[in-house]
Each structure stands twice: as structure tokens, then as C-alpha cells.
Design a protein around this ligand. Structure first.
Ligand code: NAD
Length: 264
């Protein structure tokens, strides 16, 4: 499909959308008629499968950017390419990774990767998206932060620092954009059962020598009073609310879907 295809349908770019929450959001937006640009680390066959699914199931246009969220120039080019596809209405900054370790053993390269992917990529993509959004008089920036942007857990220093940074950045951009039709908000999920969390479940089961079921109950969901994973569909609905007309007056906030975690 030509990268300059024009369309009247709204267009969303979702970083880190070849898996987990990002892919769920892509399906949620496509179901509402949005054309979608996917991004993430994936094999070509997997990318074709995902694009084919969006086109066939929802009848929307779908593209893919292989931009690495650790590289500023690739992020900027991804956004500018997306702009050419009939404009970019919604930017969802979602790509993220995790590493769990006591800070004194935390590998320097993991700190650098987490702060680059989870925080700096949000800056680079937002910076690149704003001029086009301003020129067209519409824009929604949605940052997938985390409950760890609001409260901390031990052994997740880089992730917690980066996610707190995302929330600070969100507020600052919301104020900068307040005299424009653009908005910038964060969504803060508690635990969602995605490959990122599956990795933590198996690591913790090994570390504690207990079953994965016990890890889910006693470790992963220990801080989440509702004791249920957050559903990706609920995150999609929240993102669509922020992207839609009701989202016009919502800016600079952190929408928390955490099963009661931060009520403690
Ligand atoms: P996931 O591992 O399923 O998906 C991560 C996505 O990011 C994948 O598409 C991956 O390819 C992409 N990605 C990773 N490194 C990249 C890079 N360098 N360049 C481009 N893409 C890259 O994870 P997820 O659980 O869906 O997490 C998505 C977001 O939601 C993250 O920001 C995460 O911090 C946040 N989050 C997740 C949970 C949860 O419980 N799963 C809770 C709160 C917040």
C-alpha cells in the first residue's frame, strides 16, 4: 500500500504494537474505523500476519514501521512517514520493556535501554508529532505509563523512574498545548497479562521456587486488591475515550486502571 494513500478515516500510530497492550489497542482502534500504523520488534512474517488481520477483520488501512524506539532519528522518521498517510490524529506511546533487579546489580545497559524505550521515545515521538497535529488542528497524545508511574515497587528502579518521568512529561506537554486543540494524557494500568508480565511470572517462579499460580496470586497481584488482571479491552475503551470528542477537555491527567492498587 502506498505510504501517501489519503484517507478520511482517522489515523492512529501505536508504538510497540506488535504484541500485548499495543496490539490490543491496535485492534480496538481498528474496530472503530481508525487506520493504524503498527510499530514494534517483529519478524516480517509476523508483521504481515498482523497487518492482514487488521485489514481483513476491520476493513481499515494498516501499515508498519520497524523504527527502533532506542533511536531518535528512526522515531522521528516513523512519525513523519505516518503523517504522510492522510495525517496523524492519535499518537499512542506504548512501547516498553522491563528488567527486575536490585539496584546495586542493575546492569547499566538495562537502565539505558529502559529509560530510552520507556521514556525518551515518548519525548521523541511527541516532539515529531506536534507540528503536524497543530497544523491540522487536531491531535491526541496518549502515553501508556503504568501504576508504576504513580507508586513504586522494589527492584524496578529503571521502570519506576521512567514511568514517573512519563507522567511528568505528560503534564508538562498538556500545559504547553493547552491553548491548542491538542491533548496529552497518560493511562496507568495495573498488571495486564501480556508477554512482558509472563516473563516476570516465570522469573519469579524460578527465583522463589514456587508455582506460577502462586506467583500470580501472592507476588504479581499482591498489590492489586481486585486480584484480577486488567483487561486489554478496558485499556482500549479508555484510549478511545481520550481520542474521541469526550476527550477534548481531558488533558494532563493519568487515567488509572489498577484494580484499586493506588487506593491503599
Ligand atoms: P509487550 O512486551 O507485550 O509488548 C511490548 C511491545 O514493545 C512489543 O511490540 C515490542 O516489540 C515493542 N518494543 C520493545 N522494545 C522496542 C524497541 N526498542 N523498539 C520498538 N518497539 C519495541 O509489553 P506490554 O505488557 O504490552 O507493555 C506495553 C506497555 O504497557 C509498556 O509501556 C508497559 O510498560 C506498559 N504497561 C504494561 C503493564 C502490564 O502489566 N503488562 C502494566 C502497566 C503498563
Amino acid at each position: 500500500m502506498s505510504s501517501s494513500t489519503k484517507s478520511t478515516s482517522p489515523h492512529v500510530l501505536i508504538t510497540g504494537s506488535t504484541s500485548g497492550i499495543g496490539w490490543g489497542l491496535a485492534r480496538g482502534f481498528a474496530a472503530k474505523g481508525y487506520n493504524v500504523t503498527l510499530n514494534g520488534l517483529a519478524e516480517p512474517a509476523q508483521v504481515e500476519k498482523l497487518l492482514g488481520e487488521l485489514r481483513a477483520e476491520f476493513g481499515v488501512q494498516a501499515w508498519y514501521s520497524p523504527a527502533n524506539m532506542m533511536r531518535a532519528a528512526e522515531i522521528r522518521d516513523m512519525v513523519l512517514e505516518a503523517e504522510k498517510r492522510g495525517g496523524l490524529d492519535v499518537l499512542v506511546n506504548n512501547a516498553g520493556i522491563q528488567h527486575v533487579s536490585p539496584v546495586e546489580d542493575f546492569p547499566d545497559e538495562k537502565w539505558d535501554a529502559i529509560t530510552a524505550i520507556n521514556l525518551s521515545s515518548v519525548f521523541h515521538a511527541t516532539k515529531a508529532a506536534i507540528p503536524g497535529m497543530k497544523a491540522r488542528g487536531f491531535g491526541r497524545i496518549i502515553n501508556i505509563a503504568s501504576v508504576h508511574g504513580l507508586v513504586a515497587s522494589p527492584f524496578k528502579s529503571a521502570y519506576v523512574a521512567a514511568k514517573h518521568g512519563v507522567i511528568g512529561f505528560t503534564k508538562s506537554i498538556a500545559l504547553e498545548l493547552a491553548d491548542t486543540p491538542l491533548t496529552c494524557n497518560a493511562i496507568c494500568p495495573g498488571y495486564v497479562r501480556t508477554p512482558l508480565v509472563e516473563g516476570q511470572i516465570s522469573q519469579q517462579a524460578k527465583a522463589h521456587g514456587i508455582s506460577e499460580e502462586r506467583v500470580i496470586r501472592e507476588v504479581i497481584l499482591a498489590a492489586q486488591p481486585k486480584k484480577e488482571f486488567i483487561e486489554i479491552e478496558a485499556l482500549s475503551e479508555m484510549a478511545l475515550l481520550l481520542a474521541g470528542s469526550a476527550g477534548k477537555a481531558i488533558t494532563g491527567v493519568s487515567m488509572t486502571l489498577d484494580g484499586g492498587w493506588t487506593a491503599r
